[in-house]
Design a binder for this molecule. Structure first.
Ligand SMILES: Cc1cc2nc3c(=O)[nH]c(=O)nc-3n(C[C@H](O)[C@H](O)[C@H](O)COP(=O)(O)OP(=O)(O)OC[C@H]3O[C@@H](n4cnc5c(N)ncnc54)[C@H](O)[C@@H]3O)c2cc1C
Length: 379
């Protein structure tokens, strides 16, 4: 793949991460903790966090590049989408000094992780409907609600929880964010039985009058959507990088196979019915990456609005490119595409994550229809 838009520094970072990732075979142990810490020690996990707090002082551009290369080597670190990208960004941009001092150095050096919980069973894609509610009790907060599909809650030291205050319980979402430590009384989790062969698990959460000190509220109660979107755009860019990495991994396995496997006179890769779809998959991944670079660049340049549109489009393009690349890779291997030994079949489900989360393909098409193209809304 070309890296035309990237500086010399970015290219070296890509190469360094790729070499690191290739030397660490895929693991499914407790959340890839060892791999995570080794990557953090090399500065990869906190590359976007401020230098004053032990980070690399880079942006989402660098962080997404790290995740893409990890994925391309078969080690997609899903929690990178959450811990440094969403939580690290929100805390560095909006957290109090105490929250920055408390969390950023350990998120950067990999000793602690933070999960992120917005999705609720009765709200789904419609986050304006979330009902997790924070009620004041003296100077404390009492948080009550339910969340679903929240990744990595077991391995994260805390979850950044999106709720709304009692006086803003209805109407357009005016979110407020709380840091909820894993073992806080009243905060329960149940692992969901997902058809995903990944180290990072998903959980259903219940919060029953979870008592939190005033300092658990991130930033300002009134900062609302601005604060939330500071985390959601990086999440979309990172999910795009996750999808591109996985697509590249699958495509590379298919190419190795197609160059060797011979059942007639030539390797199967010589048949255009095999070669062309693989070429298309490569082109789609390249295009998705270009949009991802644009989105990351706009975000890092401080253009939140421009980044919003580009990040949505990048996530869409990468999700579709990932699903198609995996589908074609599995098909290229024939029966071996479905064996565990070749490891591609499990990516059929994994690749769908990039299409569903954190915002589904249809919700992005809605966004582009309404915001970009000015078409009326159906909902
Ligand atoms: C592996 C995985 C990890 C996840 N990790 C996290 C996490 O860490 N934190 C977190 O908060 N969430 C997480 N999620 C949740 C994820 O963000 C949601 O699944 C996603 O936002 C979709 O919501 P939903 O599942 O409720 O689907 P629904 O909102 O119920 O949507 C179902 C279908 O209906 C379509 N649809 C809905 N509304 C419309 C409309 N207006 N127009 C057209 N089509 C529509 C959708 O596109 C989708 O195809 C994770 C999900 C997965 C699968």
């Amino acid at each position: 793949m070309t890296t035309l838009m990237e500086s010399e520094e970015h290219r070296s970072l890509r190469e360094a991460v790729a070499t690191f990732a290739k030397n660490h075979p895929r693991t499914l142990d407790t959340g890839n903790r060892q791999l995570w810490q080794e990557a953090a020690k090399l500065g990869y996990i906190g590359v976007n966090l401020p230098e004053t707090y032990g980070g690399g002082g880079g942006g989402i551009t660098e962080l997404s590049l790290v995740l893409e290369e990890m994925g391309a080597a078969g080690n997609p670190l899903l929690m990178m989408i959450v811990s440094p990208a969403i939580c690290g960004t929100v805390i560095s941009r909006f957290g109090t000094d105490a929250q920055k001092r408390d969390w950023l150095p350990s998120l950067a050096d990999g000793t602690r992780l933070m999960a992120f919980g917005i999705t609720e069973p009765d709200a789904g894609s419609n986050s304006h409907r979330i009902t997790t509610t924070a009620r004041r009790d003296g100077t404390d907060w009492l948080l009550t609600g339910r969340k679903v599909f929240i990744s990595g809650v077991d391995i994260a030291d805390a979850t950044l929880m999106v709720g709304r205050t009692e006086d803003a319980r209805t109407g357009r979402l005016k979110p407020c964010l709380f840091i909820v430590p894993r073992d806080t009384p009243g905060f329960e989790r149940r692992q969901l039985d997902m058809e995903l062969n990944a180290a990072e698990k998903q959980f259903e959460l219940t919060l029953d009058d979870v008592r939190l000190p005033a300092e658990a509220l991130v930033g300002d109660e009134d900062a609302g959507l601005l604060q939330l979107f500071a985390g959601l755009n990086p999440e979309r860019v990172m999910t795009a990088a996750f999808g591109i990495g996985m697509g590249r991994y699958a495509l590379a396995r298919a190419l190795e196979y197609a160059r060797e496997r011979t059942v007639w006179k030539t390797p199967i890769g010589a048949h255009q019915a095999i070669a062309h779809p693989l070429a298309q998959a490569h082109i789609d991944l390249e295009l998705a990456r270009l949009m991802t670079q644009k989105a990351a660049h706009l975000y890092d340049a401080g253009d939140d609005t421009g980044a919003g549109e580009a990040a949505n489009m990048a996530k869409y393009a990468a999700g579709e490119a990932c699903v198609k690349a995996v589908d074609q890779a599995v098909h290229t291997l024939g029966g071996n595409g479905l064996t565990r030994e070749f490891g591609l079949a499990q990516l059929i489900t994994a690749s769908r994550v990039a299409r569903i989360a954190p915002v589904s393909r249809e919700m992005i098409l809605n966004y582009v229809s309404h915001r970009t193209l000015g078409l009326p809304k159906s909902y």
